[in-house]
Ligand binder design. Structure first.
Ligand SMILES: *[C@@H]1O[C@H](CO)[C@@H](O)[C@H](O)[C@H]1NC(C)=O
Length: 210
């Protein structure tokens, strides 16, 4: 019964989001701006206002799949002992060992808008297809690292999820998710991206940890 409920909820949610996106694409710019101001700023906002992101069936399918996923881990639980992620700079190591002394870490899990999926026609959108193997994922993560450095001045270390997408599934992370770990213990799982993804929530949480 719960499974059916989840299906219906995921379907309805995807339908709702699709309609919102479609409507938003064609609304007058000042209304569109009001809606997007909280999510985008400055140049990114201007660019977003120029872009129609409705992606038809592939977009709906993406959102439906995202909606259906729930994190396998809950706050308070520990990361699995044998969890592995790919370190492009070295050998694959146990994630728990990596996390214990890292402050800010990006784990690249998948391309949100691959050329064979829900395409967003932004001028500087990277042309990346869904990864078929770890090499492709590593190459894409390297592009992300370079872009983060060049466009945002961020020099975070990037690791990659393995091709079984295990880390992504543990947190229902696709397309993006903020997580805080204390050692190997999950202490915070942010909302599902992009609509419930909140950097403010993360900041509030981290403030309280001080
Ligand atoms: C990865 O996949 C791409 C595309 O299918 C292919 O061209 C490439 O040879 C593969 N690389 C490895 C190391 O398997």
């Amino acid at each position: 019964m719960d499974a059916i409920k989840r299906e219906v909820k995921a379907f309805a949610g995807a339908l709702f989001s699709s309609v919102i996106i479609l409507v938003l694409d064609y609304l007058p710019k000042f209304i569109k701006r009001k809606h997007l101001e909280g999510e985008y700023h400055g140049e990114a906002l201007e660019k977003r206002l120029e872009t129609k992101i409705f992606g038809g069936w592939k977009m709906f399918k993406t959102m439906y799949e995202i909606n259906k996923l729930e994190p396998l881990l809950k706050t308070g639980q520990k990361l699995p002992q044998n969890l592995e992620i790919i370190d492009p700079y070295g050998q694959t190591k146990e994630a728990t060992k990596k996390f214990s002394h890292v402050n800010f870490l990006v784990v690249y899990i998948a391309e949100a808008h691959p050329t064979d999926g829900w395409i967003i026609p932004l001028e500087d959108q990277p042309e990346i297809s869904s990864h078929q193997n770890a090499t492709e994922r590593l190459v894409a993560s390297n592009q992300l690292r370079e872009r983060m450095a060049a466009q945002a001045g961020l020099h975070a270390k990037i690791l990659c999820d393995k091709m079984d997408n295990r880390l992504s599934l543990l947190f229902a992370a696709h397309p993006e998710r903020l997580v805080v770990l204390k050692g190997d213990q999950v202490v915070f799982i942010g909302g599902k991206g992009p609509f419930d993804y909140s950097i403010n929530d993360l900041e509030d949480f981290l403030q309280k940890q001080k």
